[in-house]
Design a protein. Sequence first.
Length: 78
Amino acid sequence: MIRDPFGGWDFDGIKQLLFMIGMVFGIISFAAETSGNWYDPWQRISSFVYLHSTVFLILSMIALLGLFWHERFMGGLH
């Protein structure tokens, strides 16, 4: 989604992806604001990550390596 067929970066795709992520974060914060503080979901997520930091780090490394190898074999990186 963020690589064009010629090997460069697809800046329109990157902007679209960032906009979608920002809107999802905004909707979650707005929904939390109606019943408490806007940062309550983010505090819960950060405390969950802190409590399970080893598992989170291992899964993050596996996900990043998987993304790297996917891009490499799909022709993104040579």
